[in-house]
Design a protein around this ligand. Structure first.
Ligand SMILES: N[C@@H](CCC(=O)N[C@@H](CS)C(=O)NCC(=O)O)C(=O)O
Length: 198
């Protein structure tokens, strides 16, 4: 049985829960309370020395970092459509995975942190500016196409969904981004889709 070290409000954990649900893979959720500092305990640092969630355990094998977990899950449990082996297609997917880890992290993800966890001292104005830069990139990419990387949903769509779907948590309005809003609706219509609080 897979064990996901998880927090219900973490968008990085939600990426993993979303792919697990879309693939119909069973797993156990092991809650880590970030507010209580459970990710900094000696016990958890043995599991992940980086002191972060999500973290996935498969027997003795442990995988950290949400993008890496998505890749591992796709290779292990999905058909090739979610992460093709063709090098050109794989590069398209990886490029958008990287954007989820960098542009979306510095944008909507940080904007949400700034609003809900002010003690983390994230620069809110910078995060809002970064968010619009990132969203313009995603909007241009999605104009006239259905999915981010390829002609079908891939793990790069899953990686991008949580931060973009929760832009409003950081005070970012998606009204100027119609192609993104249509893509969000397509994501929500995928069989097995779950929301952040499911
Ligand atoms: N690159 C990592 C980042 C993970 C991350 O920042 N996790 C947050 C929760 S969303 C965390 O554990 N924060 C606690 C800390 O860094 O002290 C990933 O994509 O999984």
């Amino acid at each position: 049985m897979l064990i996901l070290y998880d927090s219900p409000l973490s968008l990085n954990c939600y990426k993993v829960r979303l792919l697990l649900a879309l693939l119909g893979v069973a797993y156990h959720r092991q809650r880590v309370d970030l507010r209580k500092g459970e990710h900094r305990t000696e016990q958890f640092l043995v599991v992940n020395p980086f002191g972060q969630i999500p973290m996935l355990e498969h027997g003795e094998f442990r995988i950290r970092d949400s993008q890496t977990i998505l890749i591992w899950l796709a290779r292990r449990f999905a058909d090739e459509s979610w992460l093709p082996r063709d090098p050109d297609q794989e590069a398209e997917v990886n490029g958008w995975l990287a954007a989820a880890a960098f542009e979306l992290r510095l944008g909507p993800y940080d904007a949400r942190l700034a609003k809900h966890f002010p003690s983390l001292c994230v620069n809110a104005d910078q995060a809002v500016e970064n968010s619009h830069k990132a969203l313009q990139l995603y909007e241009r990419r999605l104009e006239g196409r259905q999915w981010l990387a390829l002609e079908q949903p891939t793990i790069s769509d899953v990686a991008a969904f949580p931060a973009i779907a929760h832009c409003s948590d950081g005070g970012i309005d998606l009204a100027p981004y119609p192609a993104i809003r249509r893509w969000l609706d397509r994501m929500k219509a995928l069989p097995g889709f779950v929301s952040l609080l499911d």
